[in-house]
Write a protein that binds this ligand. Structure first.
Ligand code: GLU
Length: 445
């Protein structure tokens, strides 16, 4: 396999799908050497089969707002690969969503899900609909129109969607209710459900909690701990909230959160009341973080700026893809950062990743670090299938074990001769080898 040849073919075919091409290139560059030691993969054209999604559904989603005006959005489901289990991955509702976004996320999800050790394939879906500022009734009508198109293609053993940016418990509720009505079954087809109707404890916190457990493993390997470290978090949604909560519980000081309008610097550090306020802000403030500085006067709001300019020990991108670029990486390194872990999917640009690795910084990619969310979704599927609920402690213990196993796999494949662990390489090879082997063993299908 020659990465450049494959990339040239994909670039010609999908010229405008920038994020998808970025995600594929990163994985192919990491696996090239190992892949070429397996002629059976080459013979079965495993790469060519894995980089293309199994199928993509694209559909029109018409809905009307509260004034009766009609709107038309585009809906998608990218069923990427089901070699190791039913398709699994979230829906993203955001005005920036394109097919390229969802193809990159579905591709990443395939390897992320493989890393979790649970039997889940990879998928992603969503729409360019933005729930921010919409009434509950508008969101419900949109969700029902969306599921009306998709319900025949999903199912508890076929494809199990969940949340992502713009899709939380409210949206999952409306979609689950409508699916149940159309399919006439109550089998838990979506994850992230409410606690009284099949949801799992810890699911809302899982992505952030899992990310911090992973960071603890990275640090422990160096004889360090997150306790007393200064942490900068981007975003202020569910993922940032879970990360801030767990980091604070473990004794770290979280000094920043951010939104599309700028960032908050709180030198006193977040506490329980401030972390709870993040949820309130997310639910009420139409995507702006600035009101935090009015509620807590010790905090300062920096308009239009990103938190990576702050001095910190640990940086946790928790918002969106490509939110930390090469210049940000340079600044973090110059300011003495110890560890950068992507809790968002592909949070760092290729330039930033290359710089962290070149300078041998502790850096870990989203597909390993943020796998806690989908892992607890997998545990929700297990509980639904058993028709049982586990306690908070049981789920949390399983999450901890999964994150520890993912960390071990990354070290196994990413350890270099000088002792440095390239977590990007480790995660990509570990995830890829598992999917590739399953695709090979199942024949041409
Ligand atoms: N959207 C989350 C992710 O990126 C969770 C997916 C799920 O729970 O299926 O992994």
């Amino acid at each position: 396999m020659k990465v450049e040849e494959i990339m040239l073919r994909l670039e010609a075919k999908y010229a405008h799908e920038r994020e998808y091409l970025q995600a594929v290139r990163e994985v192919l560059e990491s696996i090239e050497i190992i892949y070429n030691q397996h002629p059976e993969f080459e013979k079965a054209k495993i790469i060519e089969r894995i980089v293309e999604p199994d199928r993509i559904f694209t559909f029109k989603v018409p809905w009307h707002d509260d004034r009766g005006e009609i709107h038309v959005n585009t809906g998608y489901r990218v069923q990427f690969n089901n070699a190791i289990g039913p398709y699994k991955g979230g829906f993203r509702f955001h005005s920036s969503v394109t097919l390229s976004t969802l193809k990159f996320l579905g591709f990443e999800q395939t390897f992320k899900n493989a890393l979790t050790t649970l039997p889940m394939g990879g998928a992603k879906g969503g729409s360019d609909f933005n729930p921010r500022g919409k009434s509950d009734a508008e969101v419900m009508r949109f969700c029902q129109a969306f599921i009306t198109e998709l319900w025949r293609h999903i199912g508890p053993d076929t494809d199990v969607p969940a949340g992502d940016i713009g899709v939380g418990s409210r949206e999952i509720g409306y979609m689950y209710g409508w699916y149940k009505k159309l399919a006439r079954e109550n089998t838990g087809v979506l994850t992230g459900k409410g606690m009284t109707w099949g949801g799992s404890l810890i699911r809302p916190e899982a992505t952030g909690f899992g990310g911090v457990y992973f960071v603890e493993h990275i640090l422990q390997r160096q004889g360090l701990s997150i306790k007393d470290k200064t942490v900068v978090v981007s975003g202020f949604g569910n993922v940032a909230w879970g990360a801030a909560l767990k980091a604070t519980e473990l004794g770290a000081k979280v000094i920043a959160i951010s939104g599309p309008d700028g960032y908050i610097y709180d030198k006193t550090g977040l506490n329980k009341a401030k972390i709870d306020y993040m949820l309130y802000l997310r639910a009420t403030c139409n995507d702006v973080v600035q009101p935090y500085s009015e509620e807590f006067p010790e905090a300062v709001f920096f308009e239009g700026r990103r938190p990576w300019e702050l001095e910190c020990d640990i940086a946790l991108p928790c918002a969106i893809q490509n939110e930390l670029n090469g210049d940000d990486a340079r600044q973090l390194i110059d300011n003495g950062v110890i560890c950068v872990a992507e809790i968002s999917n592909m949070g760092c640009t290729p330039e930033a990743v290359a710089l962290f690795i070149k300078e041998k910084k502790l850096f870990a990619p989203g597909k390993a670090v943020n796998a806690g969310g989908v892992s607890v979704s997998g545990l929700e599927m297990t509980q639904n299938a058993m028709k049982l609920n586990w306690t908070k402690e049981e789920v949390d213990d399983k999450l901890k074990l999964i994150m520890s196993n993912i960390h071990e796999s990354c070290v196994k494949y990413g350890l270099q001769s000088d002792g440095y662990v390239d977590y990007v390489r480790g995660a990509n090879i570990a995830g890829f080898m598992k999917v590739a082997q399953a695709v090979l063993e199942q024949g041409l299908c």
